[in-house]
Design a protein around this ligand. Structure first.
Ligand SMILES: NC(=O)c1ccc[n+]([C@@H]2O[C@H](COP(=O)([O-])OP(=O)(O)OC[C@H]3O[C@@H](n4cnc5c(N)ncnc54)[C@H](O)[C@@H]3O)[C@@H](O)[C@H]2O)c1
Ligand SMILES: O=C(O)C(=O)C[C@@H](O)[C@H](O)[C@H](O)COP(=O)(O)O
Ligand SMILES: [Zn+2]
Length: 370
């Protein structure tokens, strides 16, 4: 732990050469904006947020930046996954142009993953690229979406189909913001936390099983450890493979199925983390069908997902054909094979495009029948 303010704080770095950046994690960081201010490119600052987060956290952030003489503007978008569209990004571009902001401006993404992904894409594309800082306020954004530079929007045919890799200048995680997060959203974030244990750290999975009650009760120590270990794993993977040529794809465990669920159900009806929960169960079942996991492993994963109050079955209204139609469009596919993230063991992921068609079909039918 490093501490260069009066607040206890952890610091990690995402090692990407000249695009490297810090992740600061601590309680109350929004009220001590030094870390944020250090990463603002010039005086022009555009805060991008939504109408749920704005009343909670925008006034204090604006006040501290105004007090330091920044030219602070804001865009307040409607809440939710349905607004993760190019039209919303256009609203951010419009606000930047209306303010006369130049290439030395900085965007601040204040909110969950939806805001972070859109603000990041607006930053990647405004005047061919300006700085942005992530201030994630959901657990999901604090453990996953704020780190790694995947930015973009949804297309009706598929999740995150339009976007760019564009790294933030810093990630500022104020764990106090989780106090206002609805329980359903906390569970959605836990899906990505569980993912890290499954793909890369069996000991972390053991720890999650033992600490799920504390996490759901927002125990400070447990939350801090979960965020720190998740960010460490994500930073490590991203540093190894920034643009998903290989190992980064393992961060997609459960997502091929999950993204199909989100798009098919209509964006926002199943939360991203909920769809990833069900999708993870499908990937785990398939890994067992392929002979890599035991039935006891499958039960363990179902147990930890259920303890996090996440779904472990697919939506009743989705057929195998519905799944396959969406899965064929997945960004990981390189030719006409479906590329899936599976588990060789709990804590060890693999990337496979050799699932026999009849085995995949049986899995999809089994999950569709539940
Ligand atoms: N870029 C990446 O690497 C990456 C990784 C994972 C997920 N994602 C994307 O992130 C999105 C999901 O992010 P999310 O789960 O944060 O959803 P979200 O951004 O919709 O936020 C969830 C809900 O919580 C509200 N909220 C945010 N902070 C709050 C707070 N502190 N108190 C009360 N309410 C608060 C939001 O307004 C929203 O209603 C999806 O679009 C997903 O595709 C991206
Ligand atoms: O950072 C990554 O890489 C991930 O895959 C993290 C995922 O949790 C996240 O949902 C991501 O947005 C999915 O990316 P996509 O390329 O499958 O759209
Ligand atoms: Zn995800």
């Amino acid at each position: 732990m490093s501490s260069n303010t009066s607040l206890p704080m952890d610091r990690l770095d995402v090692a990407l050469g000249e695009r490297s950046y810090p992740i600061h994690i601590g309680a109350g960081l929004l009220s001590s904006p030094e870390h944020l201010v250090a990463h603002l490119a010039g005086r022009q600052v555009m805060i991008v947020t939504n109408d749920v987060v704005a009343p909670l956290y925008l006034p204090a952030l604006k006040e501290t930046l105004n007090a330091r003489d920044f030219d602070v503007r804001e865009v307040i978008l409607p809440d939710g996954e349905p607004t993760k569209t190019l039209a919303s990004v256009e609203r951010i571009w419009d606000a930047l142009l209306a303010a006369g902001f130049n290439r030395r401006c900085t965007l601040i993404a204040l909110g969950g993953g939806v805001i972070g992904d859109m603000a990041g894409f607006a930053a990647a594309s405004y005047q061919r690229g300006v700085a942005f800082v992530q201030v994630p306020t959901t657990l999901l954004a604090q453990v996953d979406s704020s780190v790694g530079g995947k930015t973009g929007v949804n297309h009706p045919r598929g999740k995150n189909m339009i976007g760019a890799f564009w790294q933030p200048k810093a990630v500022i995680v104020d764990t106090d913001t989780l106090a206002t997060l609805p329980a359903r959203e906390l569970s959605a974030g836990l899906a990505e936390v569980i993912k890290y244990g499954l793909i890369r750290d069996a000991a972390f999975l053991d720890w999650l099983e033992a600490n799920m009650t504390a996490l759901r009760a927002l125990d400070g120590g447990a939350i801090r450890h979960a965020i720190l270990r998740s960010c460490e794993i994500k930073a490590e993977v991203v540093a190894e493979d920034e643009t998903e040529q290989g190992v980064r794809a393992t961060l997609n465990l459960g997502h091929t199925f999950g993204h199909a669920i989100e798009a098919h159900q209509g964006y926002g009806n199943w939360l991203h983390g909920e769809a990833v929960g069900a999708g993870t169960m499908m990937a785990v079942r398939l890994s067992a069908d392929r002979g890599w996991l035991s039935e006891a492993d499958v039960e363990r994963v179902a147990g930890v997902l259920e303890a996090a109050a996440l779904p472990t079955v697919a939506p009743a209204n989705m057929s195998a054909a519905d799944f396959l139609e969406r899965m064929r469009l997945d960004k990981k596919n390189l030719d006409d094979r479906v590329r899936l993230i599976l588990l060789e063991s709990l804590g060890q992921a693999c990337i496979r495009d050799d699932t026999p068609a009849d085995q995949l079909d049986r899995l999809l039918r089994d999950f569709s029948r539940r």
